[in-house]
Design a protein around this ligand. Structure first.
Ligand code: PLP
Length: 426
């Protein structure tokens, strides 16, 4: 099959998949053994026709796909794709740009710069905030905390990029008890230790308790990093940022906010109050592949102290032709060197919604969540466990014999059975 035929046929397959999303069962139909049988086996010795490869791939993976991009998938904070973002993502593969340096792809660099400016404004972050386009919130957390590590050690005269952590003044890292596991993973990769953190108590919704934070900070003397959260993955709850900002400013240190999905609340006039105080923090994480509905993978990191961000990420190898002027070299703001030009899809998503469409997208999703909670909550045997302040609805099913919020093995088992049925339903 020639290239043009191949791409047209691929577009047909894509269209057919998207057309079927509304109707197909949400869960995968195939099991592990079936998928291994369909996809495994030895590497072919001889070349296979491109069309045959794509056709066979599409047939073999079909029963192993989960309809996460469809309208009936409600798990985690996984979104679908806006059409313009999806199309731009296709073109990103076609253009095959290496978004490493300005000189390698000026268009990719300027698109990143444009998106960064739009989002700094939309989220209400301080002017001059730098931005990196990461694979997801995990690497955005990693990047932000690397910038934090640089800045708090720089302030006590230690160059962590050149000297490492051996012999460095110890850093105290403070997190809420319900910090997302990827914040801890970032600390683990940065040599700051996932179990060395000081944990601050969280309330029943998972919000960090500012009084407990102040007490914890009161006992610390060294360089300090605090990681707060805007949008708890289970409840949607926001840490009380204004009080947390006050506590961190009184003590000194760096304040990071993981807003993997919750930061998008800032794009909505109706929900912006949830992230009050966000502009007074030092670094921020979010994901385009969550609420903006850009295809995977696409995360974003923002850092107020652009010099710290740059110092923590730059490689500066002699053969990299870095620009000396105002041009953006994308690799200076992320952990990778060669990388996908993932700014194009985010650019397309934002252009297609505009700021009002984006606000509508966020608000509509939250309104569906409230409806979900109200319809479910009216049913006997269903308990909504969280305050629905955003997009997350947390439910437990229980038998009439043992109703209520209290966890029980019987309720957990019943919840699992019901979820398994829902996954198979059309
Ligand atoms: C609050 C929070 N932080 C970080 C992450 C990790 O995001 P990613 O999977 O894009 O790395 C998630 C994912 O759900 C999240 O909810």
């Amino acid at each position: 099959m020639d290239r043009s035929e191949l791409l047209h046929r691929t577009a047909e397959l894509a269209d057919r998949f998207l057309d079927g999303l509304d109707e197909r069962p949400v869960g995968a139909a195939a099991d592990l053994a079936g998928l291994r049988a369909a996809l495994g086996g030895p590497l072919p010795v001889d070349p296979v026709d491109d069309g045959a490869v794509v056709e066979a791939l599409s047939v073999a993976v079909e029963p192993g796909l989960v309809a996460t991009a469809g309208p009936r998938y409600f798990g985690f904070v996984i979104g679908g794709s806006q059409p313009a973002a999806l199309a731009a993502d296709w073109l990103t593969s076609v253009w095959d740009q290496n978004a490493v340096l300005y000189v390698v792809s000026p268009a990719a660099a300027v698109v990143e710069e444009t998106v960064a400016a739009w989002l700094v404004d939309l989220f209400g972050l301080p002017p001059g905030t730098s931005c990196g386009f990461t694979t997801g919130a995990t690497m955005a957390n990693f990047t932000a905390l690397a910038a934090a590590r640089h800045a708090v050690l720089r302030d006590v005269g230690w160059d962590v990029e050149s000297q490492g952590l051996f012999g460095a003044p110890p850093i105290d890292v403070v997190v809420g008890d319900e910090a997302h596991v990827t914040v801890l993973a970032a600390l683990q990769m940065l040599g700051l230790g996932r179990d060395r953190v000081h944990r601050v108590a969280a309330d029943g919704q998972g919000r960090m308790q500012p009084a407990d934070l102040a007490t914890t900070l009161g006992g610390l003397r060294g360089p300090t990093i605090v990681a707060a959260q805007a949008g708890n993955v289970n409840t949607g709850a926001f840490d009380p940022l204004p009080e947390i900002v006050d506590a961190v400013r009184a003590h000194g240190g760096w304040l990071h906010v993981d807003g993997a999905f919750g930061l998008w609340a800032a794009a909505s006039p109706a929900l912006r109050d949830r992230v009050a105080g966000v502009g007074d923090c030092d670094s921020w994480t979010t994901d385009s592949h969550k609420w903006l509905n850009v295809p995977y993978d696409s995360g974003l990191v923002f850092v107020r102290d652009a010099a710290a961000h740059h110092a923590a990420m730059t490689l500066g190898a002699a053969y990299y032709v870095e620009t000396a002027g105002a041009e953006r070299d994308p690799y200076n703001w992320v952990p990778e060197s060669s990388r996908r030009a993932r700014g194009f899809a985010t650019y397309a998503a934002l252009r297609s919604t505009g700021s009002t469409g984006l606000a509508r997208l966020v608000e509509q999703c939250c309104s569906h969540a409230r409806r979900f909670a109200s319809l479910l909550g009216d049913r006997p045997g269903v308990t909504v466990l969280n305050d629905v302040v955003l997009n997350q609805v947390l439910v437990r099913f229980s038998s009439a014999a043992a109703p209520g919020r209290a966890p029980s093995a019987a309720a957990d088992a019943l919840t699992r059975v019901l979820l398994a049925h829902a996954k198979k339903a059309r």
